[in-house]
Write a protein that binds this ligand. Structure first.
Ligand SMILES: [Zn+2]
Ligand SMILES: [Zn+2]
Length: 244
């Protein structure tokens, strides 16, 4: 059921989309004739889209040419999710848009980020999923930030089933920034739960988040979902921090 607050939020995003400027949000240059273009061709060309060769499991791209192959971390510790994919590397305009959205309440960047997410790769993953779930924030973090950026991104696929409350964060965790891989895993350990296991049982789930860094968060979420009975979990993020 869609609440009145959610409808109001959706309406404000629509309004925001309508008033998106025709100049580039990153350098101020003209950004094309269509309303809401929001990025110029020069800044667009700085985006490093992720493509093969990559790890077929975690989606980490490899430098140079060659076939896709499993990266060492996935060989050593196979992740619980089936595939994780990110659209672009976390740098340039992509990193700027994500940081502005999260830390400066830059909702004006939301449409651009959703457009990047809903490219052919994103659409393919969304179509294959029975249910889309955003990686949840703790309610305290939602209150201080005003929104969950993963939920905003998950709305890039309006015709696919989305549940904003099924996967919950049961305890507040430290920000993952600055922690080592092991510390990240420990930090998110037992931080998530599935509210209604029957709602995920037997389903193909697509988890959505803004950035894939060590993968600790989505690993933990995937484990919890599979334990609750999900058939398969896949992951889609706008950005990925590094090469394999
Ligand atoms: Zn620009
Ligand atoms: Zn991998």
């Amino acid at each position: 059921m869609v609440s009145c607050g959610a409808r109001l939020k959706h309406f404000s995003y629509m309004l925001l989309d309508f008033f998106l400027p025709r100049f580039c949000l990153f350098c101020g240059a003209p950004a094309g004739p269509e309303p809401g273009a929001a990025i110029c061709s020069e800044c667009q060309s700085q985006i490093e889209w992720i493509h093969s060769p990559m790890c077929p499991c975690c989606g980490a791209p490899f430098h140079g040419a060659g076939p896709d192959h499993l990266c060492s971390p996935c060989q050593l510790h196979p992740p619980p999710y089936h595939r994780a994919r990110a659209v672009a590397l976390y740098n340039g305009p992509v990193a700027q848009a994500i940081k502005n959205l999260k830390y400066r309440r830059g909702l004006i960047y939301a449409r651009l980020l959703k457009n990047w997410l809903a490219t052919s790769l994103g659409l393919e993953l969304a179509q294959a999923a029975d249910l889309i779930l955003p990686v949840p924030l703790h309610s305290r973090r939602v209150r201080s930030r005003g929104f969950n950026q993963a939920l905003i991104l998950a709305q890039a696929f309006p015709d696919r089933p989305l549940d904003r409350d099924l996967l919950i964060r049961t305890r507040a965790t430290k920000p993952q920034v600055g922690l080592s891989g092991k510390e990240r895993q420990e930090n998110v350990h037992r931080a998530f739960a599935v509210k209604d296991p029957a709602a995920v049982a037997g389903k193909n789930i697509l988890l959505i988040d803004d950035v894939f860094t060590s993968g600790a968060t989505v690993r933990e979420c995937a484990q919890v979902l599979l334990k609750a009975g999900a058939k398969q979990v896949e992951v889609l993020t706008v950005a990925r921090v590094s090469y394999a």
